[in-house]
Write a protein that binds this ligand. Structure first.
Ligand code: ADP
Ligand code: MG
Length: 401
């Protein structure tokens, strides 16, 4: 029996652990948070910091292979494990994708399409080049950001000047990129084995609210040539990274070229890579319902050296995911994770899945669960998922689930 270590014990780790268990593996979870939800389904779990070399060594000693479900794992500790156990995707891939400066440079060096950007390493440097910057633009810290954290939007020069004056970040190491007039956002997940065998999931279309993923539609309702281009770019990126595991590629689609010279144009759509995640992705939860194998199943196969298959859509029509943030709990008048009242979903025949991650406490903006709907048309699928979520937010805590 193989033992797989997962660094990070959030919902992505929980769902990966379930797929690994179904293939007969044991799972060991490592997370600094004592209430990380993946612990519930793990054979063993560790609670320690990312830099606790002793705990990391003990963890690694139990595992045949290690993966991560969270990019902001500190690499310094893992490097000291001295390659004792294979880590997939590799630490080189993680180093590139967890740092926006390295990620954007990788895109540029490999002729992959990316929004116009430049790197800033200090407030002094930013003040010196400030008059050459065009607006609107977005400053994104090189490390530590997720769900829009670590981002500052400058609509006009005065916003940037105020930022330079206030110095809200203790250390400035960031990219500044053109704010694009987005027509839509897409994501595409590639799975790649150690032997270089590749599988790719249908392209998904994402909407964000306050920079947090709100809904995902699979398959994306886009022209076939656009879907083919997006898949091609995602596969190229995975190959160039030498990826073993999963790579989610997030894309921006515009109708205008913008300032970038590298965008790829297809049928009047301009395609840009936004960022990578070398792990299962929130938009990929849908693969548990929409495709013959899920992102978690394929990653489990790669980690356990089980042959891969190509995911196929299970039905004509569309699947739509709506994230349930802590706000839904708060609307029901509770911040206690297990207290969500699901009775509101009684009359939602198009709702095909409800997933609650089992987090202990709900906060605004915290990902706590999701619902998935199915419809023959985009509008039906999207409306069903949104309506179900709205219904939940109207319910009151108190009645039995
Ligand atoms: P995170 O790591 O938080 O997911 P992203 O860079 O993906 O960071 O940004 C989150 C969201 O913010 C994107 O999905 C998009 O909706 C918006 N956004 C980010 N960068 C840009 C940009 N250059 N132009 C327009 N919108 C952007
Ligand atoms: Mg993103």
């Amino acid at each position: 029996m193989k033992t797989v270590g997962i660094l990070g014990g959030g919902q992505l780790g929980l769902l990966l652990a379930l797929s690994l268990s179904r293939l007969g593996a044991r799972v060991v979870v490592y997370d600094p948070d004592p209430s990380a939800p993946a612990r519930k389904v793990a054979w063993k779990s560790f609670q320690s910091s990312w830099t606790d070399l002793g705990a990391l060594k003990e963890f690694a000693a139990l595992c045949d292979v290690i993966t991560y479900e969270f990019e902001n794992v500190e690499i310094s500790g893992l490097k000291k494990l001295n390659g004792e156990k294979p880590i997939y995707p590799s630490l080189e891939v993680l180093a590139t994708t967890q740092d926006r400066i390295f990620e954007k440079q990788f895109l540029r060096e490999n002729n992959l399409p990316v929004a116009a950007f430049f790197v800033v390493q200090s407030y002094d440097q930013l003040a010196k080049i400030e008059d050459g910057i065009t607006f609107p633009c977005i400053l994104k810290t090189a490390t530590g950001g997720y769900d829009g954290k670590g981002q500052f939007v400058f609509e006009k020069r005065a916003d940037l000047l105020a930022f330079i004056k206030e110095k809200p970040l203790p250390v400035l190491r960031a990219v500044i990129e053109e704010k694009l007039p987005l027509h839509m956002e897409l994501s595409c997940i590639v799975a790649r084995s150690a032997e270089g065998q590749e599988s790719i999931f249908p392209v998904a279309r994402n909407t964000h609210e306050a920079q947090i993923l709100d809904t995902t539609l699979m398959p994306a309702d886009i022209p076939a040539p656009l879907a083919a281009t997006v898949k091609d770019i995602a596969l190229t990126a995975a190959e160039k990274l030498g990826l073993v595991g999963l790579l989610t590629c997030e894309f921006f689609i515009t109708r205008e070229r913008g300032q970038s010279t590298s965008s790829v144009e297809v049928d009047g759509y301009h395609v840009f890579v936004n960022e990578f995640a070398p792990r299962p992705h929130n938009s990929g939860h849908l693969t548990m319902n929409a495709t013959t194998v899920s992102q978690y199943d394929l990653l489990a196969r790669i980690l356990l050296d089980v042959p891969m298959v190509e995911p196929r859509l299970l039905a004509p029509g569309y699947f739509c995911l709506a994230n349930l943030l802590g706000d839904v709990w708060l609307a029901q008048g509770t911040d206690v994770g297990p207290e969500l009242n699901l009775q509101g979903l009684k009359n939602h025949a198009d709702l095909v899945d409800i997933v609650i991650y089992g987090k202990e406490s709900a906060r605004a903006g915290r990902k706590m669960g999701h619902v998935v709907s199915y419809g023959l048309t985009v509008d039906e699928a999207v409306a069903a998922a949104r309506n179900a979520r709205e219904e939940l937010a109207r319910a009151v805590v108190g009645s039995v689930q």
